[in-house]
Design a protein around this ligand. Structure first.
Ligand SMILES: [Zn+2]
Length: 421
């Protein structure tokens, strides 16, 4: 099988500063990475050789909070887009998943999709009927009667929004709902555990009982699925971590006690500061924006310490909310460099090593090393020096997922080099 040999690459492996090396892609794996200390890579006439002349090779990124069906969420009243035909929602989702891949995200962890859309799109991608990233699927919002998302229709109408919400009360019903989701192909269950962070219920209010959350996590755990939860106060975050939550979503109120607990349990944190940042600009001067500013400042101030203590931070947000378009994904990267005082390399590690870990691919993806899955980007520029080069899709010269190039402008590099000679 012909190999792709990337010569003179600035390799950012998600953990270390860049180093010059040769990267060999064979099939769906990285076959070799050789630098000055690691001998010569070998190739033959059938292989494709590209001299990157110092351009960057880095792992594909993971968008770890994503709603592929969201479209102008919040612009129209409830039920928030769920009324659109499921087939239409699927087509929108497929288009957005392709967009995520085109933006350099070779992995996505969903935070909710109605009507089994994630599961269907993932299957379509596997069949070759659509193109997109690796997907960790999520399904309906699992929550109690009247919880923050159960505002779709008044009870006397006697209709619900069952395509998007699994309403359950009591531990047994939570177990049943979680098992139902898993039966339908969902890999990570989304629970709205508290209010806050842009939803109507207050941040300090539980949207289910801790016993119900425990039952949900246990039921998921028994069958190898994960649970993520919308959490916006310190006490609830601590409880959720203690119960074994996989991803803390938003995490407003994350404090030193949460850092200690999460670094011990291995729980991931998706701080999702991009949406508040954009809303603070859009709604400047309103109480809504002021409330977001407090949460934003608090979270931004603690992220560097959390990372240093070993909390595994992730990228991703509620793209598709009104005023917060799909496709802006990479704009989240510079935000942490500019507002949370972390280095570009640190943010790249969150997007790659941590993202792959959260997908259950630790040691298999998220790094540029022999044996890793060939999920990688070739970037014109050095994101470890200027993270913003990742915000311009034109700088992504190649996007490989599982060894398949979904974008490939590498021949243009060769032509440029020949023209320069
Ligand atoms: Zn969300």
């Amino acid at each position: 099988m012909p190999r792709t040999v990337l010569l003179n690459a600035n390799v950012l492996d998600g953990r270390n500063p860049g180093r010059m090396a040769t990267v060999v892609v064979e099939g769906n794996r990285i076959a070799a990475v050789t630098d000055a200390s690691g001998g010569q890579a070998s190739w033959d006439d059938a292989d494709r050789l590209i001299d990157l002349a110092g351009r960057t090779v880095m792992p594909g990124m993971v968008l770890a909070h994503y709603h592929a069906t969201y479209k102008d969420l919040g612009l129209t009243p409830s039920p928030f887009g769920l009324e659109a035909k499921p087939a239409l929602q699927s087509i929108r989702a497929a288009s957005n998943y392709r967009l995520a891949l085109d933006c350099g995200f070779t992995g996505v962890i969903s935070a909710g999709s109605p009507n089994g859309v994630d599961v269907a799109v993932k299957q379509a991608i596997a069949e070759g009927a659509a193109q997109g990233p690796r997907i960790m699927t999520c399904g309906r919002d699992v929550g109690t009667t009247g919880h923050t998302n159960d505002k779709s229709f008044p009870s006397h109408w006697q209709i619900g929004a069952s395509g998007g919400l699994a309403i359950c009360d009591g531990e047994d019903e939570f177990r049943r709902a979680v098992r139902q989701e898993i039966k339908d192909g969902v890999e990570i269950i989304k629970i709205f555990a508290t209010g806050g962070h842009g939803v109507p219920a207050p941040a300090d209010q539980w949207q289910l009982s801790p016993a119900e959350l425990a039952a949900a996590i246990q039921a998921a755990d028994e069958r190898g699925a994960k649970v993520r939860a919308h959490l916006s106060n310190s006490a609830a975050i601590l409880t959720a971590i203690e119960l074994g939550i996989h991803i803390v979503d938003h995490g407003d109120g994350f404090d030193q006690a949460c850092i200690d607990a999460a670094s011990k349990s291995g729980a991931f944190l998706a701080p999702s500061l991009h949406f508040p940042k954009v809303m603070m600009q859009m709604a400047a001067g309103t109480a809504y924006a002021d409330a977001m500013r407090d949460d934003f400042d608090q979270m931004a101030a603690i992220l560097a310490d959390a990372d240093a203590a070993g909390v595994k931070i992730l990228l991703g947000d509620d793209y598709g909310a009104y005023g917060f378009d799909h496709g802006l994904y990479a704009e989240e990267l510079p935000l942490y460099v500019e507002h949370a005082g972390v280095s570009p390399l640190t943010v790249i590690r969150w997007a790659t090593v941590n993202g792959a870990d959260a997908m259950g691919l630790a040691g298999q993806a998220g790094e540029i090393a022999p044996g890793m899955l060939a999920d990688l980007l070739v970037v014109d520029g050095d994101p470890s020096a200027d993270i913003r080069v990742l915000c311009d899709r034109d700088n992504l010269l190649a996007i490989f997922r599982d060894g398949v190039a979904y974008k490939d402008d590498l021949d243009a590099i060769e032509r440029l080099a020949i023209a320069a000679e």
